[in-house]
Design a protein around this ligand. Structure first.
Ligand SMILES: C[S@@+](CC[C@H](N)C(=O)[O-])C[C@H]1O[C@@H](n2cnc3c(N)ncnc32)[C@H](O)[C@@H]1O
Length: 158
């Protein structure tokens, strides 16, 4: 049983980061040599190439035509595709069982985009079932810092 499936349920963990430095710093911590990684919002592939150094395979996708053309020119050994991160059908055509997903979409850091981000995370969790999703979003990081998963304390013995 892989670590992200317990009792038949997906246990995808979400890592919320603020800024590109933190986003990239997670690579050493979470990406392993056997991983197949998807980066959505790869732009010119600057993070994708760092991911490629640490995993079996990485695919970078971006909605922009120019970023993808530039990423392909700069990093010819890496696969880059132009697609919308919210277009799950397109993502599925990549045909991989992604174990880690990196999300860095412009406009997703603000408080008002939290609902969009949560629905994206929900969709990726349900369909791709990765172990970990790393997100660059200061709003999500702030929310995570304020959340506590309530657990009933164990009953005190008399
Ligand atoms: C901050 S840049 C990414 C930087 C890159 N991850 C890095 O580390 O160098 C954000 C990217 O998100 C892309 N983007 C925005 N909305 C998107 C969407 N719906 N689907 C895919 N890419 C999107 C933009 O085109 C832009 O290139």
């Amino acid at each position: 049983m892989t670590e992200h499936v317990q009792g038949g349920k997906v246990r995808t963990r979400y890592i919320a980061t603020q800024g590109v430095k933190e986003y990239r710093a997670t690579i050493d911590e979470y990406v392993k040599p056997d991983d197949i990684v998807l980066e959505v919002g790869c732009e010119w592939g600057t993070t994708t190439v760092l991911l490629a150094e640490q995993c079996r395979e990485v695919i970078g996708v971006d909605i922009g035509k120019e970023p993808i053309e530039r990423a392909r020119e700069r990093h010819p050994g890496i696969r880059f595709e132009q697609m919308d991160a919210y277009d799950m059908r397109a993502i599925l055509t990549l045909g991989r069982r992604f174990t880690k997903v990196y999300v860095d979409l412009s406009g997703l850091s603000g408080y008002h985009s939290l609902l969009d981000l949560l629905s994206l995370l929900n969709m990726y969790t349900a369909v791709l079932r990765p172990d970990v999703i790393v997100v660059k979003s200061s709003a999500l990081k702030r929310l995570a810092q304020r959340c506590i998963a309530w657990q009933q304390p164990a009953r005190r013995r008399a």
